[in-house]
Design a protein around this ligand. Structure first.
Ligand code: HEM
Length: 444
């Protein structure tokens, strides 16, 4: 079979499918499956193959994962920010970094962070009042940012922490701008955005390398993720990471470790406000398990419905709509030969909204993830954290954090959308509400 026979929507002669793709990415990714389990589109000069079925997805992410790198466009857009960190590196280098970073995410290690997560969530709700309007997307970003700052750098309100937050916000804005450009421009072009990114990343380097140098001086394990990165060594005792590499990994975790979880929780609040029956059942579980006290690590296994809600939210609104790859050799997907350098999008949003794998796919139904029913979901049809060797390294951290924050907050408050507020999802890099999610808090 010839890959040029694969179908896709007819695009503009020059831009290809950029206008529809960039305009409403969610609808585009949901509807593209009408062209088959593997579709073909064009984004400017680039042909992109979109995988809409668990079989080819398994092939690319798992079975033949060595044939693929992260795609060059993503790496280019993230270059100054994430450098050679886990998210953007490839090959043997990535393998070694993953091996060195993995212990920092073992369940015993991240269990220590549960208390920090709860403390910050409690601190947030302690400041809230019934009847007030809160921008829930902002609140969720603030609390997850505080948590990642503490668990990564053992810092809270220091000058460095504030500076990091400001600089990262600016860098993510430029990164989003780059990702949404119809045709990616090289980073060396002296555009205003590129100049700003260079300035921001120089400042970021100064702060991060300063923190690292300070830590190296003391050399002790402070119990945070940074200590793990600094102390990590290969089993034979060789090869600590260089300061620059620790900087790239720390920046990657800082960036990847808060927006995604914050967005997931933002969608949880929205969905709960639209489904009072789900919210009531959640309230019942929290009352039964916690009886009015703040949650703790030991409660997590019993917060079953809380977890079902989060999983179903990540099905409807996965933080990443798709993940992308680039083939590093001539290869085959199914019966289709692809040339080296082909770009591939794994359509997470598409498969998670496909009636073949999730009947009545647009309905919010946490029951899909009840312990019995979850087992019947087709493998690789549900991928909010990706799959295969490059599955999200922070997935357990994120689930623990989302559950603890949801349990802490929902125990005390319920939220209604501000009257007249219409919520439209939109893709930045992650999936966010188009407008701030303004909600009125009411004490439960
Ligand atoms: C709800 C929250 C989260 C979601 C939905 C999410 C989603 C993902 C996905 C889909 C990938 C795979 C990307 C690919 O295959 O191209 C990924 C990778 C990654 N995530 Fe997460 N993530 C979340 C939270 C976190 C947290 C809390 C951290 C760190 C503290 C983190 C760190 C990373 C890193 C470092 C990678 C790259 C792993 C590698 O390539 O080896 N993520 N994430």
């Amino acid at each position: 079979m010839n890959a040029s026979l694969l179908q896709g929507p007819k695009g503009h002669f020059f831009w290809g499918n950029v206008p529809e793709f960039a305009g409403d990415t969610l609808t585009f990714m949901r509807d593209i499956r009408q062209y088959g389990d593997m579709a073909r589109i064009r984004l400017g000069p680039a042909t992109v193959y979109i995988l809409n079925h668990p079989d080819p997805i398994h092939q690319v992410l798992v079975a033949d994962s060595d044939n693929y790198n992260k795609d060059r466009r993503l790496k280019g857009a993230m270059q100054e920010l994430a450098g050679n960190g886990l998210f953007t590196s490839d090959g043997e280098f990535w393998k070694r970094q993953r091996r060195l970073s993995q212990p920092a995410f073992h369940s015993a290690r991240i269990a220590n962070y549960a208390q920090t997560m709860v403390n910050y969530a409690v601190d947030m709700v302690d400041h809230w009042e019934s009847g007030q309007v809160y921008e829930m997307d902002r609140e969720m970003t603030r609390v997850t940012l505080r948590i990642v700052t503490k668990t990564l750098f053992d810092a809270d309100v220091s000058t460095e922490a504030r500076e990091l937050a400001e600089l990262t916000k600016a860098a993510i804005k430029i990164f989003n701008h780059r990702m949404n450009a119809p045709v990616p421009l090289p980073n060396w072009l002296p555009t205003a955005a590129n100049r700003e990114m260079r300035e921001v990343s120089e400042k970021l380097n100064k702060v991060l390398l300063g923190i690292i140098a300070e830590r190296r001086k003391h050399g002790e394990d402070q119990g945070d993720l940074l200590s793990m990165l600094l102390l990590a060594q290969d089993q034979d005792g060789s090869g600590q990471m260089t300061d620059q590499q620790v900087r790239d990994e720390a920046m990657t975790l800082y960036g990847a470790g808060h927006e995604t979880t914050a967005n997931t929780l933002t969608w949880v609040w929205y969905l709960l406000s639209q489904h009072p029956e789900v919210e009531a059942r959640l309230g019942h579980e929290l009352d039964t398990v916690l009886g009015g006290r703040a949650p703790a690590l030991e409660d997590l296994p019993r917060l079953v419905y809380t977890e079902m809600i989060i999983k179903e939210t990540m099905r409807l609104y996965p933080a990443l709509l798709f993940v992308s790859r680039e083939s590093i050799a001539n290869t085959m997907i199914g019966n289709y030969p692809l040339k080296k350098g082909s770009l591939i999008f794994i359509n997470i949003y598409g498969v998670q909204h496909d009636a073949r794998f999730f009947p009545d796919p647009e309905a919010f139904d946490p029951e899909r993830f009840s312990p019995e029913r979850e087992k019947t979901i087709m493998r690789y049809a549900y991928l909010p954290f990706g799959a295969g060797p490059r599955i999200c390294i922070g997935n357990m951290f994120a689930m623990m954090e989302a559950k603890l924050i949801l349990a802490t907050v929902a125990q005390r408050y319920r939220f209604a959308l501000e009257p007249g507020h219409v919520v439209v999802p939109r893709r930045q890099f992650t999936t966010v509400p188009q407008e701030r999610l303004r909600m009125v808090a009411a004490v439960r």
